[in-house]
Write a protein that binds this ligand. Structure first.
Ligand code: AP5
Ligand code: MG
Length: 220
């Protein structure tokens, strides 16, 4: 199964992807996590991406499309869930083209819909594991031991782009450039199954709606 999770910054893409991969045995491919790993490793790609990420702008399509094509190529036959990619209509078109070359296609698109006000609350309290990408919240989703990842015990950090000013820019970027991707999939007649998910609710309820949609697809 090949899935795309769309949604504004802080909609819960990373949180829900972790649950989706556990349930369906897929690989989680987060463009943001891959970029942060490239930065931590000091690669050319990481250096090029840095200034865009730190101000809440999009990294140029060419760099992202190449990076994600490489990650998709290595994904297992069971499939993958894309988180944060595609983020422009051009990226979506390039993804379709590269999958079509292998006779593959996206099976489902889940659009996590959330109010901007809730995004701001979530982002300022987020803590992330740099090692495995797991996400927590200081109020809503606490780790078992404060400051440590439940999965690997690594230190939890606050992302550099989670300051209020950058979160505002990321939301602006989302509305200006990424919302069009939702319409691209919603309006595509022969395209993937499309589901709108209310992401304002607590995480377990959001997961239930996602599983309901995907279970129906798996059992077809
Ligand atoms: P990326 O890392 O993809 O960031 P993002 O899309 O802004 O999304 P986030 O990771 O911030 O949020 P999320 O939806 O994953 O929410 P989470 O589950 O963590 O991208 C970063 C940057 O990289 C971009 O700005 C750009 O520069 C660049 N980039 C990446 N992809 C690109 C692309 N394709 N093209 C160009 N540039 C690209 O949850 C947030 C918080 O809320 C957590 O604390 C969590 O615990 C909590 N939470 C989650 N769900 C709930 C809930 N239901 N109730 C209460 N709290 C919850
Ligand atoms: Mg994320």
């Amino acid at each position: 199964m090949r899935i795309i999770l769309l949604g504004a910054p802080g909609a819960g893409k990373g949180t829900q992807c972790k649950r989706i991969v556990e349930r369906y045995g897929l690989q989680h491919l987060s463009s943001g996590d891959i970029l942060r790993q490239e930065r931590a490793a000091g690669t050319q790609l990481g250096k090029k991406a840095q200034s865009y990420m730190d101000c809440g702008a999009l990294v140029p399509d060419k760099l992202i499309v190449e990076m994600m094509a490489g990650a998709i190529k290595k994904a297992p036959a069971a499939g993958f869930v894309l988180d944060g990619f595609p983020r422009t209509v051009n990226q979506a078109v390039e993804l379709d083209k590269s999958l079509a070359r292998k006779d593959h296609k996206i099976d489902a698109v889940l659009s996590l819909e959330i109010d901007d006000k809730i995004v701001i609350e979530r982002m300022t309290g987020r803590r992330s594991c740099l090692k495995c990408g797991a996400v927590y919240h200081i109020e809503n989703l606490k780790p078992k031991v404060e400051g440590k990842c439940d999965h690997d015990g690594a230190e939890l950090i606050q992302r550099r782009d989670d300051s209020l000013e950058v979160v505002h820019n990321r939301l602006k970027t989302y509305h200006q450039q990424t919302e069009a991707v939702v319409n691209y999939y919603k309006n595509s007649s022969a395209g993937p199954a499309f589901y709108r998910i209310d992401a304002n609710r607590e995480a377990a309820m959001v997961s239930d709606s996602i599983f309901e949609s995907l279970d129906a697809l798996v059992s077809v």
